[in-house]
Structures are given as structure tokens and as C-alpha cells.
Write a protein that binds this ligand. Structure first.
Ligand code: MN
Length: 202
């Protein structure tokens, strides 16, 4: 049972002007498609074949570079597309809002922490908002295509919000201005989806 490149629920140009159509087209159609194909090729016929992606990542041998990079790439981008929407922006409500206020003091303080974490990831990687069993939230960052599900990456919880800070995620429109891309990202975050992930995984 091979993994499939997920279809986007919005058009490539739907997130403009915050994320441009050409970036979306290459990022989804080329980069994510490549991770998906390489993951399938790597696990085909092995004992990982048929497992869920979460199960593969949670019990990953971190020395298995092909599955680490491509399994991470498959999972991370799938989450990334799902937490963005042309109707996004604003702020969370309800239990997630309460958890963010408890952890960071305010939504604005959360945004500052998340943005700083994403901006200071050296080289390529991701920043995350994770929920820890019991309902607390935390922000963390991982390198390359690592993610919080993998063993010993320095993130404790289950990822519910992700931003890709590889240059391929923003360079066409923002060049070296990663902080501007991060601020623009907040305009497309789908807090309804993030809240659902919070409720399901707390
Ligand atoms: Mn990417």
C-alpha cells in the first residue's frame, strides 16, 4: 500500500499574495511528490511496507537516512498543506486559545516565539506547535525533514502546526527575507484545523 501525494483542498494560487502560485506548484508537485515517491521506493517490500506514516516515524531508526528524510518530507508537507487555507488567519478560539495563553501568556507572545524559532532555524528545517498529552502546548524546531514524531529530536509533543523554512518554501517570492515569509504565513493559518488536531491529540 503506497503513500499518495495528497491533493490540495485549494488552488495553487489560493494563498496569494502570502504564498505565490509558482512556489506552491513546485513545492507540492515536485518537492512533496519527490519525497512521496522516494519513501515508497525505500519501504517497498520491507517490513515498513503497510505501516502508517506515524508508526514508521515514531519507531524510526534515525540511521536510516532515506526513510528519515523522505518519510519526514512526506509527513511534514502533508501537515503543512492541511494547516493553511485561503480563509485562514486570525487567531484560535476555545481550548487551543486557552492552552496558548497558558504556555505563552498571549497569542501575540506565541506568535513572537513561533516566528523567532522559525527564523533562527539555521539552514533548512521546520518550526512546530505541538500538543503534549494532557493538553499543554509547546513550540520547537527540527532540522532538515525531521519532525516531532521521530525519536530524540528535541520536541516532546504531537505536531499540530508546521511551517516549512527550507528556502524552497519561500525563495521565489521572499529571497533571503525569511522573517517576512513567516509573518505572511500567519495570514493563511487555518486555526480551525489546528484546533481539531489539538482536540484529537491532547
Ligand atoms: Mn518543503
Amino acid at each position: 500500500m503506497a503513500f499518495e501525494l495528497p491533493k490540495l483542498t485549494y488552488a495553487y494560487d489560493a494563498l496569494e499574495p502570502h504564498i505565490d502560485a509558482r512556489t506552491m506548484q513546485i513545492h507540492h508537485g515536485k518537492h512533496h511528490n519527490g519525497y512521496t515517491t522516494n519513501l515508497n521506493n525505500a519501504i517497498s517490500g520491507s517490513d515498513l511496507d503497510g505501516q502508517s506514516i506515524e508508526s514508521i516515524l515514531e519507531s524510526l531508526d534515525m540511521n536510516n537516512a532515506v526513510v528519515r528524510n523522505n518519510g519526514g518530507g512526506f509527513y511534514n508537507h502533508r501537515l503543512f498543506w492541511s494547516v493553511m487555507s485561503p480563509n485562514g488567519g486570525g487567531k484560535p478560539t476555545g481550548a487551543l486559545s486557552d492552552a496558548i495563553n497558558t504556555a505563552f501568556g498571549s497569542f501575540e507572545a506565541f506568535k513572537d516565539t513561533f516566528a523567532k524559532t522559525a527564523a533562527t532555524r539555521f539552514g533548512s528545517g521546520w518550526a512546530w506547535l505541538c500538543v503534549i498529552p494532557g493538553g499543554a502546548v509547546e513550540v520547537c524546531s527540527t532540522a532538515n525533514q525531521d519532525n516531532p514524531l521521530m525519536p530524540d529530536v528535541g520536541c516532546k509533543g504531537f505536531p499540530i502546526l508546521a511551517i516549512d523554512v527550507w528556502e524552497h518554501a519561500y525563495y521565489l517570492n521572499y529571497q533571503n527575507r525569511r522573517p517576512d515569509y513567516i509573518q505572511a504565513f500567519f495570514n493563511v493559518v487555518d486555526w480551525n484545523t489546528v484546533s481539531e488536531l489539538y482536540q484529537k491529540n491532547m
